[in-house]
Design a protein around this ligand. Structure first.
Ligand SMILES: Cc1cc2nc3c(=O)[nH]c(=O)nc-3n(C[C@H](O)[C@H](O)[C@H](O)COP(=O)(O)O)c2cc1C
Length: 170
């Protein structure tokens, strides 16, 4: 319990307890005219803001499609999700995963790392190999499976935001 100064006894500190962390993973389509230099500007802004707000993650841009993993304090993540939804530089945001748990960060050193589209599998697989947290492992496995088979699967170009092209404009 507490000592005479109101400080918890040592046994009441759980040093192994993980911080409450929120994550949000989504895909979206880039608006007309969004090119690599605009994406670099997005990354610069993101790194500056995310560092200040305790957010880390990964941004992938390829074939006109964004894929982003953001993680951090719940209040900051909720604010960023609202900001992302009103950003005209992308649309058709598809939420792939969202949760709030006591968990480790997957990308503790990346304020916002831009990853090439062809490397996204490697980045997620690498994270999976290093993830000790069961919830993170399950989320990663699910997204990797989606990349192969699900609505993001290669088989159905129209339903695959990561393919970036619909049949009509292919
Ligand atoms: C695909 C995409 C990803 C983005 N990711 C982030 C992000 O991780 N952090 C961030 O602060 N802004 C991000 N933004 C930009 C925000 O939507 C918004 O423009 C920015 O936060 C405004 O910051 P400012 O008020 O400092 O100019 C992203 C925008 C897009 C289109």
């Amino acid at each position: 319990m507490f000592d005479e100064y109101g400080i918890p006894h040592r046994a009441d500190f759980d040093e192994t307890r993980l911080p409450e962390l929120c994550h949000f993973v989504y895909c979206s389509r880039a608006a007309e005219g969004i090119n690599e230099s605009e994406v670099c500007r997005i990354v610069e802004t993101s790194q500056r803001n995310n560092l200040a707000n305790g957010i880390t993650g990964v941004l992938v841009f390829g074939s006109g499609v964004f894929f982003q993993w953001i993680e951090g304090p719940a209040a900051e993540i909720q604010k960023l999700i609202a900001t992302l939804h009103s950003d005209k530089r992308h649309y058709d945001i598809v939420s792939l995963s969202q949760s709030q748990e006591e968990r480790e960060r997957l990308y503790p050193n990346w304020d916002m790392e831009k990853v090439e589209a062809e490397d996204i599998r490697l980045v997620l697989q690498d994270a999976l190999e290093n993830a000790e947290d069961q919830i993170n492992r399950m989320t990663l496995m699910r997204i990797l499976k989606q990349l192969d088979l699900g609505p993001l699967g290669r088989g159905d170009q129209d339903a695959n935001p990561l393919s970036g092209r619909s049949r009509s404009n292919a």
